[in-house]
Ligand binder design. Structure first.
Ligand code: IMP
Length: 425
């Protein structure tokens, strides 16, 4: 039995979906603990290729319970579409939605856009999916939860009261367009009809599995550096994406967690605004973006590209309590004669080896690089460590040395089988 948290180690998009789809073969529960449909987890297996935004990545395996936990926020319109695709494609896992997960209401989506516009040059670069406004309402205790879909009439009554205030804000502060009451009433009936049967007491399901000593995967979304408390605030998402979020986001105890694995790309990407010390531009960035297909799975936005940042990675390892590293997209660096790893930062002639909290400082630091000789040989689709070129091994060994953590899994392509498992998880 093991309970393993899989968390994004960087700014999201590390390839968690592919890894979870691989590891879920031996799991009975795969439970997503934070975020909403700002995430896009791509999996590619014998059933096809899917970009999952809410449903956990164990869905392709039979006998898996795929839980969307209490720490998530759910846009029912998106979830209904996702479930339709899953059912059409006959993906065999079952889906459970936490009663406690908060709903992204249509006014949250509108307010996300309006608030971003209002921020002007300080915009966060949100995905525009209503994530921030939905979490804000959760914290200010004016949110609506999935359980309320089980009694649509009282949900409608509550929603219409909230809508009055939201419409005032939309119209009077942001000069936006009012949301129609009738439309929202119809929408709630559609949501209730389509989703009620999935709404469950998911804490009970997961804790039962823990007691039965089953294998469980806790699925992170986004990445540690986008965490609301520990990320590069304010350029973050609105939830606890770090491993700690799995406890509150699923209702389980810390003593139950066996392992925390951090997923990192062999380089770094970031979408949206905010500091990014190892960012590269021009042809080099374009090349990596093109080869790696670094465009947002949710918004299609081109991702910003940079070298591996070991200062940020060490910080991430600390705040997540990582046991080991899962390294993805190694093959993307195949054609480089020299690979860079940022080992420290420099500011005004002083070396910084810690990850600064103040975004103004993080914006100014210069990355200090260690150069590693490239391997200039394909690692694409390799499935055994022995087959990897010696220079690529040196790169991996050096990362392990710097991060003081083992790299237990290496991903060499988007397909499930393009995975090197160095140590069984
Ligand atoms: P929000 O989560 O839509 O509010 O966006 C806040 C910030 O997090 C923006 O910079 C987004 O680009 C970023 N973000 C949110 N979700 C993801 C993700 O799944 N991958 C990468 N970046 C994300």
């Amino acid at each position: 039995m093991s309970i393993t948290t899989i968390v994004g180690g960087q700014w999201g998009d590390e390839g968690k979906g592919k890894i979870i789809d691989h590891l879920a073969e031996s799991a009975s529960v795969i439970a997503r603990y934070s975020g909403g449909n700002n995430a896009g987890h791509t999996i590619e297996n014998e059933h096809g290729k899917f970009a999952l935004h809410l449903v956990p990545c164990g869905i392709s395996w039979p006998n898996t319970k795929n839980i969307i936990g209490s720490g998530t926020v759910i846009d029912p319109n998106v979830l209904i579409k996702e479930i339709e695709i899953i059912n059409k494609s006959k993906l065999p896992g079952t889906i459970y939605i936490s009663e406690k997960a908060h709903i992204i209401m249509p006014y949250h989506v509108i307010l996300d856009e309006l608030e971003e516009k209002f921020r002007g040059k300080n915009a966060v670069g949100t995905t525009g999916r209503g994530i921030g406004p939905a979490y804000s309402d959760k914290i200010s205790r004016s949110g609506i939860r999935m359980v309320e879909l089980l009694s649509p009439d009282s949900m409608i009554e509550k929603t219409l009261k909230i809508l009055k205030i939201k419409n005032e804000i939309i119209q009077k502060i942001y000069d936006g367009e009012k949301i129609n009451e009738k439309e929202i009433i119809n929408t709630i009936h559609i949501w209730a009809k389509n989703l009620s049967s999935y709404i469950s007491n998911t804490e009970e399901i997961i804790n039962k599995s823990i007691n039965n000593k089953e294998n469980i995967i806790l699925e992170g979304a986004q990445g540690a550096l986008l965490d609301i408390d520990h990320g590069t605030y304010p350029y973050v998402t609105s939830s606890n994406s770090i491993a700690g979020g799995s406890l509150t986001g699923l209702g389980i105890g810390s003593k139950d967690i066996s392992n925390v694995y951090g997923v990192f790309k062999a380089f770094t990407t970031r979408v949206g605004e905010g500091p990014f010390p190892t960012e590269i531009f021009g042809k080099d960035a374009d090349n990596i973006r093109k080869i790696a297909g670094e465009f947002g799975a949710t918004t299609g936005r081109p991702r910003r590209i940079g070298w591996f940042d070991a200062v940020a990675a060490k910080y991430s390892a600390q705040i997540n309590g990582l046991d080991s590293i899962i390294l993805t997209k190694l093959d993307i660096l195949d054609n480089w004669d020299e690979i860079k790893i940022c080992i420290s930062y420099e500011l005004n002639g002083k070396k910084l080896s810690n990850f600064p909290t103040d975004e103004k400082i993080l914006n100014k630091v210069n990355p200090i690089y260690e150069n590693i000789e490239g391997w200039e040989e394909s690692t694409f689709n390799l499935d055994s460590f022995e087959k990897i070129n010696e220079n690529a091994k040196k790169f991996l060994n050096r990362l392990e040395e710097i991060l003081e953590l083992p790299i237990n899994v290496i991903s060499t392509g988007p397909k499930r089988e393009s995975t090197i498992i160095r140590q069984k998880l």
